[in-house]
Structures are given as C-alpha cells and as structure tokens.
Design a protein around this ligand. Structure first.
Ligand SMILES: [Zn+2]
Length: 283
C-alpha cells in the first residue's frame, strides 16, 4: 500500500504490521511504559465491499460477526482483548466521561449505559478506551505521572467546542493531572487541503479562537468557501490547555488523501466503515 504522507519532512506515525493487520502508532506514546495504543487502518480485517476490510462499526450495516472478528484480529495485533474495550457514543458533543471498572466491555460485550459521550478518561489499568473515525480528529492523552489516559473525538463541532481542553480539565479534576506532564497525539484525519467548509463554520471558529490564530486555521477560496485546518486548531487548543508543544504528536496522515488505506467519509461520500483509536493503561 502506497501511503501519501502529508509532509515528507514532518515526523511520520509508525506503520506496524502483525499477522496481516496493519495499524499505526506514535513513537512518543510508545516510549511511555505501561501504555497500549494504536490506530486502525482498513487493512487486515474480514469485512467486504465498502467495509473492506477492517470495519469497526456495528451500526453502519456491516455483518456483525465480521465486525467481531475484526476486533479480535486487531486486538491480537495491537495487544489488547476486545472484552476490555470501552466505547464512546459519539454525537459531536464535548461531553467527557470518567470511565471506571464497571464500564469494561461497554459497546462490545454489553450495551452502553450512556449516550452522547465523545471523550473518555480513565486511570483503571486493563481498560482500553476506543473512539471511532472516518475524517474527524482523534485526540490521545497520556499522563505518565498520575498514570491516567484520555481519548476524545474532535470533529469540527468538537474542535469549535474545544473538547481537547475539556479532556485536559477532566484529567486535572479526576486525577490531579498537570498539563505540563501530559503527552498528546492528534490522530489521522482530514487535512486542510481536503476539508472545505462553509462560512458559517468559519464564523464559529472566529468566535472561539483569537484573531492571531486565524491565518493558521483557514484560508478563503474563490467559491466563497474555506479550507479549515483541524490539526492546527487542535494543536492550538492543546497548547493553550498547557500541554508543552514538544509533547504533542501530529498525524501527518490524511484519511481523505488515503481512501484505500483509511476510511474517509468525504472520499467515500459516506459509503464506508469506521476506523478506531485505542488507548489504555496496561496492568
Ligand atoms: Zn487530505
């Protein structure tokens, strides 16, 4: 598979292959002991057609037994058990939930007892947080000092609502995390050149980001629309929340530029499966 990196000069995510399953990791998070993490690709699963092949969504029309097999294959490659997963219920909110031992298996082995959860934090070893994507922005958080993790889904609405900052606040409140200790990673998602938005979206970004940032966040086009940079917006949010710049990993990898390698909502016009982000503390 020929991967198109956004910028050949920038650091790249690590591409791992195990038993035919290809998944991505961040060197900076891999260097932290006692943490398991990964981001899935389309490669190595058993789903067919528009879900080919590593679809992780039970709700987009794919065969349930194929999705369950995909979780088993991916977990075996990355290093976690599917029954330890806790899934989000993503509805583009900025709700971040504290995940405890009772949540183990939510959305996999049993129904979720909650709705409208776009971010999760936990300090329980052995749980694996999971959120889902096809262009929106995954945000990973690891506090190696207080031993806690967070994982949040940040589409344009979540980014305008600064769910990255909400997640940091939740880690401060629940675990006493200091932002200066936190390592964060922005996951594979749609790049600025692929992400055209309307003026209404830009107005919302102007209302929540200081003017000095606007030139980094978007540019106007002749057709009256704009190209929005969700990677830079989230990087600014994480830095304003107090995370050191050199603790933040960028994806350098666009879902829409790589529609055979990653699921992209825009590239597929909505006919697609889901990618998954996974993060947990090991026992
Ligand atoms: Zn792109």
């Amino acid at each position: 598979m020929n991967i198109i990196w956004h910028d050949e000069q920038m650091p790249k995510m690590k591409v791992n292959e195990k038993n035919g399953v290809t998944y991505l990791t961040y060197p900076q998070l891999e260097a932290i002991p006692g943490v398991v993490h990964g981001f899935s690709t389309r490669l190595g699963g058993v789903s067919e057609g528009i879900y080919s092949s590593m679809n992780l969504s039970f709700t987009r029309g794919d065969d349930e037994s194929a999705v369950r097999e995909n979780y088993r294959l991916l977990g075996a490659a990355v290093g976690f058990a599917p029954e330890d997963i806790v899934t989000s219920d993503q509805t583009h909110t900025t709700n971040v939930r504290l995940i405890t031992a009772e949540d183990r298996g939510n959305g996999i082995t049993k129904p979720r007892p909650y709705t409208d959860v776009d971010g999760m934090v936990t300090n329980v070893p052995g749980l694996v947080l999971a959120t889902f994507y096809a262009d929106c922005v995954p945000l990973y958080f690891v506090d190696p000092v207080r031993r806690a993790v967070g994982l949040s889904h940040s589409g344009w609405r979540g980014t305008a609502g600064k769910i990255g900052a909400v997640t940091v606040e939740k880690m401060k409140a629940e675990f006493g995390s200091s932002p200066a200790d936190i390592y964060a990673a922005i996951g594979p998602s749609i790049c600025q050149d692929c992400y055209e938005v309307s003026g209404d979206v830009i107005k919302q970004f102007q209302s929540v980001f200081a003017r000095k940032y606007w030139e980094w966040l978007y540019y106007a086009k002749d057709n009256g629309h704009f190209q929005l940079n969700l990677w830079e917006a989230n990087r600014i949010i994480l830095m304003e929340a107090g995370i050191p710049e050199n603790h933040i990993s960028l994806p350098n990898l666009c879902t829409c530029c790589n529609p055979e390698f990653l699921f992209s909502h825009r590239a597929s016009k909505g006919r697609r499966g889901n990618l998954g982000a996974f993060l947990g503390l090991t026992d």
